[in-house]
Ligand binder design. Structure first.
Ligand SMILES: C[S@@+](CC[C@H](N)C(=O)[O-])C[C@H]1O[C@@H](n2cnc3c(N)ncnc32)[C@H](O)[C@@H]1O
Length: 468
């Protein structure tokens, strides 16, 4: 990302050109346009940051990592970081539509990726509703996008094009939008294969399911009932003038999202941030004091913490990703709870001491297609073949874990996917392979409507091992 307040000077370069006689001669090249400085508190600055973030994501980097890369490359203030994040998230929800708009208004794909990212971000601001947090008028957006282009040596050549495209969009907005939404990717803001797959898996609900991801998700807390009752915590929120509603046995939805440091009692472990659907896992697992429990794919430890809040168990939290184990440590330290935390591959046994478990939570790796409203980049990062590949990995994990379960013990399969190949089909095939008893569990949860949007798209299947 360009440094905002430093003027980047360019010098006329010399390039080599052939003369008519074939001799090489040094010929002065036309001077490159000078870049213009922008202020670090301007929308132009945030647009450059968001454009770079979008360019990283479209190059395959997950949105949170893309944002932290941009933040380390620039000295953005907390306000500017907030704006960059907001614009980047909004843009990720509109990539299908703005891509089609750019294609309709340009003769070739804008290069470099930063310039394409800038057009995506600016068009997103022009087509989405303004909010209190982002009150940008159309002409401010155009002006600031042109300044953003002018501030970067990689985009300055295209500032006229940015101006022309955005002004044309404002003049022909209705016609252009009517035209592009005829394409499924632009209508729904997902890759075409995702729309097709969703239609075939959910012939009744596919439209609601796709549009449910247009809105930002609710921020839901889980009250640590070891430290507070839900009634007392609601009172605490009321005293802090934070509006909230109870939506589950331990779940409270905040009416407006907050930074965790502003949530009463968060640092002391009184609450955790966890989707209401995800809060079902520890309850379904039916943990009792004294149980030996395995959380087989545990990081970052959201469900680990909940299990430990519900019962005094001997818990092994396993994850194959050593870097993510620190997050389990941090989460449990904040909640003042303890588990043995180990690096290990759940499809192997080299970490296992041979003692069978009473309960196993298998929150297996999946496409995360059920949490697209929280992670709007996922739909652009996944490939059509990912679900089948991940289902193979997960079935290996499940088969390995089954022999580690005591007779009469319970294993809970969880995915945050909406694709049957990773969820219901997987559960059916697993039950057949092992003659596992299938107990009552919600199956596929879908965030499909305004009323039914309190949880993410999760899948639960609960199995019991027959007594010998
Ligand atoms: C959906 S996340 C788990 C979320 C976690 N249960 C929670 O509630 O916070 C899946 C986790 O599985 C881990 N994982 C992937 N393959 C694994 C394997 N073969 N063995 C153990 N963990 C694995 C990933 O590193 C990731 O942390």
């Amino acid at each position: 990302m360009a440094e905002p307040t430093r003027k980047i000077l360019t010098r006329p370069a010399l390039n080599k050109a052939k003369t008519r006689t074939g001799k090489e001669q040094l010929k002065p090249k036309a001077p490159e346009p000078e870049t213009l400085p922008i202020k670090a508190d301007s929308l132009a600055f945030s647009l450059v940051g968001a454009a770079q973030t979008v360019a990283y994501v479209l190059d395959g980097i997950a949105l949170p990592q893309a944002l932290s890369r941009v933040f380390t490359q620039t000295d953005a203030s907390p306000q500017a970081r907030g704006a960059i994040q907001d614009i980047s998230y909004r843009t990720m929800r509109q990539v299908g539509r703005v891509d089609a708009l750019i294609a309709a208004m340009t003769t070739k794909a804008p290069e470099p990726p930063l310039l394409y990212g800038l057009l995506c971000c600016a068009l997103t601001l022009l087509i989405t509703e303004n909010t209190d947090e982002a009150p940008y008028d159309d002409f401010v957006v155009v002006d600031q996008a042109v300044n953003a282009a002018a501030s970067s040596p990689n985009m300055v050549f295209a500032k006229g094009m940015v101006n022309a495209v955005l002004r044309r969009f404002l003049r022909e907005k209705d016609e252009l939008l009517t035209m592009v939404v005829k394409q499924a990717a632009a209508r729904w803001n997902y890759p075409q294969w995702w729309v097709d797959q969703c239609k075939s898996a959910y012939p009744q609900d596919w439209q609601q399911l796709l549009s449910a991801a247009d809105t930002p998700p609710p921020m839901t807390l889980r009250v640590n009932q070891r430290l507070s009752s839900i009634e007392n915590y609601l009172l605490l929120l009321k005293q802090a003038q934070i509006e909230a509603s109870q939506i589950g046995p331990s779940a409270i939805r905040l009416h407006k999202a907050l930074q965790v440091q502003n949530i009463p009692g968060f640092a002391q472990g009184m609450v955790s941030v966890q989707d209401a659907g995800a809060q079902l896992a520890a309850v379904l697992l039916d943990v009792q004091d004294g149980h030996k429990v395995l959380d087989a794919c545990a990081a970052p430890g959201g469900k680990t913490g909940h299990i430990l809040e519900l019962a005094k168990v001997d818990l092994l939290a396993l994850d194959v990703d050593a870097k993510r184990l620190d997050k389990i440590h941090d989460n449990l330290a904040r909640l003042q709870l303890f588990a043995t935390i180990k690096e290990g591959d759940a499809s192997w046994s080299n970490w296992w001491d041979g003692q069978q478990f009473d309960r196993i939570l298998a929150d297996v790796p999946c496409t995360a297609s059920g949490v697209v409203r929280r992670h709007p980049d996922i739909r652009w990062l996944r490939r059509k073949t990912d679900a089948a590949q991940l289902a193979v990995t997960s079935s290996r994990i499940l088969d390995n874990l089954w022999r580690m379960l005591k007779p009469g013990g319970k294993l809970l399969l969880v995915t945050c996917s909406i694709w049957p190949i990773e969820s219901e089909n997987q559960a059916k095939a697993f039950a057949e392979r092992h003659a596992a008893i299938r107990l009552d569990a919600p199956g596929q949860l879908l965030p499909t409507s305004e009323i039914n949007n309190e949880h993410d798209g999760l899948f639960y299947a609960l199995f019991q091992k027959p007594e010998v």
